[in-house]
Design a protein around this ligand. Structure first.
Ligand code: GLY
Ligand code: MN
Ligand code: MN
Length: 465
């Protein structure tokens, strides 16, 4: 993206925020804090997603302030030749307006002194609620300073509102630039999965001791090789029964000939996440029972893809998945008809939950589990109540979000079979998930992660080469 384009992009987002603040409103958006890992080592800095969405600025210790009139102020690290020798070059407040398109910029060291003045005579203070530890307290401190001046005629804001509501709605529908970055992230991640599959098959064929971390290393190599800054989340590389642990992390377990491997990994590129899961046979050839379950999950994913289109609701792909999986569980003997009844009973009473216990997707964007309400905003008042058939808990539902072009979500059905006397033994300890990233388009959806195949025969073919 050239400088002018990025400048205009972030400026237009800030203008859209300003237009929603209401007369006299002001918004305060800090970036993320730097975090200590241990003693004097820090985690790699990752900016706050909201802040980045409005600035494209990746340095730590930065704040953005936007007024309803559209005036924007940035606070950032001051130029400091000595610190820059240690930590790298800083943009600095002098260069910031030309580089980022903000109206004015000051050193972050002036934040405490300047914020009370910026808040004076404003009506409502907007900021992201419950995200930045200590922010509420700091805002209280600034408001106290404004209040100390009311006897001289200053007005103090009398309302605080959560800025997340505005920003979440904006971030939920991606623009062309965002979709372009997400497609590139998806492509890198797809190649990384292929690389891991091929390394696995090669090592198994050579009789080597394959460990989950060997495959994790291949993912990281491919991510970094193509300019991704970091994995978008902790990579899951799960051999055999480990695949049934939903939040398993790549560890040192052996990957054995004859087992399946589940990899759930995606890179982050220029702030945007990708999120792919593939499940493949370590030696490159599915066994009969593995293939039966794999093809069932794939068929359920195809049903979900079909249901991912504008006008449908977020929950529709999940419901489509569940219907296919539940029927397959009955057909394959994962559920016993004599115990659970017919398909509608399995769905109604949630018997399928035993082998499929998560949702089929989530929003994807700057955050892997991206922001955005899952309830249709125009229908929030339509509350319905139902009793959960498993826990008996009373659940209040609101109508699920209606899908629109530009929304991006994952489609990730799975099956996880724990050993049990009433389940055929050849399915025990198999865990399968297939996850792709979908952009909702005017005609349906586009899967942007199919650079790595999902068809069982195609996976076997690429693992032979
Ligand atoms: N990798 C996290 C998820 O699939 O939701
Ligand atoms: Mn996911
Ligand atoms: Mn995932």
């Amino acid at each position: 993206m050239d400088h002018q384009t990025s400048y205009d992009l972030y400026a237009s987002r800030r203008a859209r925020v300003a237009a929603q603040l209401g007369a006299g409103g002001i918004a305060i958006i800090p970036t993320a804090p730097e975090r200590t890992r241990n003693r004097d080592s820090e985690y790699l800095f990752r900016f706050d997603s909201y802040f980045y969405y409005l600035t494209g600025f990746t340095e730590p210790r930065a704040w953005l302030v936007i007024t309803a009139e559209g005036h924007t102020t940035l606070f950032c690290q001051p130029k400091d030749l000595e610190r820059e020798i240690w930590d790298g070059i800083r943009l600095g407040p002098q260069a910031a307006p030309a580089a980022l398109g903000v109206d004015e910029a000051f050193s972050v060291d002036e934040l405490e002194a300047r914020l009370p003045h910026l808040l004076e005579n404003r009506s409502t203070v907007w900021y992201p609620f419950a995200i930045h530890a200590g922010l509420e307290g700091r805002i209280d401190g600034w408001l106290q300073k404004v209040r100390a001046r009311v006897r001289y005629g200053a007005l103090c804001p009398d309302a605080q509102r959560d800025l997340c509501g505005i920003l979440d709605e904006m971030r939920l529908v991606k623009d062309a630039h965002e979709i372009d970055v997400m497609k590139r992230a998806a492509q890198i991640s797809a190649q990384a999965h292929i690389r891991a599959m091929q390394r696995c098959a090669r090592m198994i064929r050579a009789g080597e001791d394959v460990r989950e971390y060997h495959l994790d290393a291949e993912l990281l190599h491919e991510f970094r090789q193509h300019g991704s800054q970091y994995p978008a989340y902790g990579s899951i590389v799960a051999a055999g029964a480990n695949a049934c642990v939903l939040h398993y992390r790549a560890d040192n377990a052996p990957v054995r000939d004859g087992e399946l491997v589940l990899i759930d990994a995606g890179c982050e590129l220029d702030g945007y996440a990708s999120d792919i899961t593939r499940t493949f046979p370590a030696n490159g050839k599915f066994t009969g029972p593995q293939r039966d379950l794999y093809d069932l999950v794939l068929a359920s994913q195809a049903a979900a893809v079909e249901a991912t289109r504008p006008g449908n609701r977020f929950i529709d792909p999940h419901d489509a998945t569940v219907r296919v999986l539940a029927q397959g569980m009955l057909d394959l003997g994962l559920l016993n008809r004599n115990d659970v009844g017919h398909l509608d009973d399995v769905i109604e009473k949630r018997h399928y939950f035993r082998h499929y216990m998560h949702r089929t997707g989530h929003w994807l964007g700057l955050d892997v589990h991206d922001c955005g309400s899952y309830v249709e905003p125009s229908e929030v008042g339509q509350l319905s109540e139902r009793k959960d058939p498993l826990s008996g808990e009373l659940i209040k539902d609101r109508p699920s979000r209606i899908l629109r072009p530009g929304m991006v979500l994952t489609i990730e059905p799975g099956l996880y079979v724990s050993p049990a006397a009433d389940v055929p033994k050849h399915f025990w300890n198999i865990g399968i998930r297939i996850e792709d990233d979908a952009v909702v388009t005017p005609a349906g959806c586009e899967l942007i992660t199919r650079g790595v195949p999902v068809d069982a025969a195609e996976i076997e073919a690429l693992m032979r080469d």
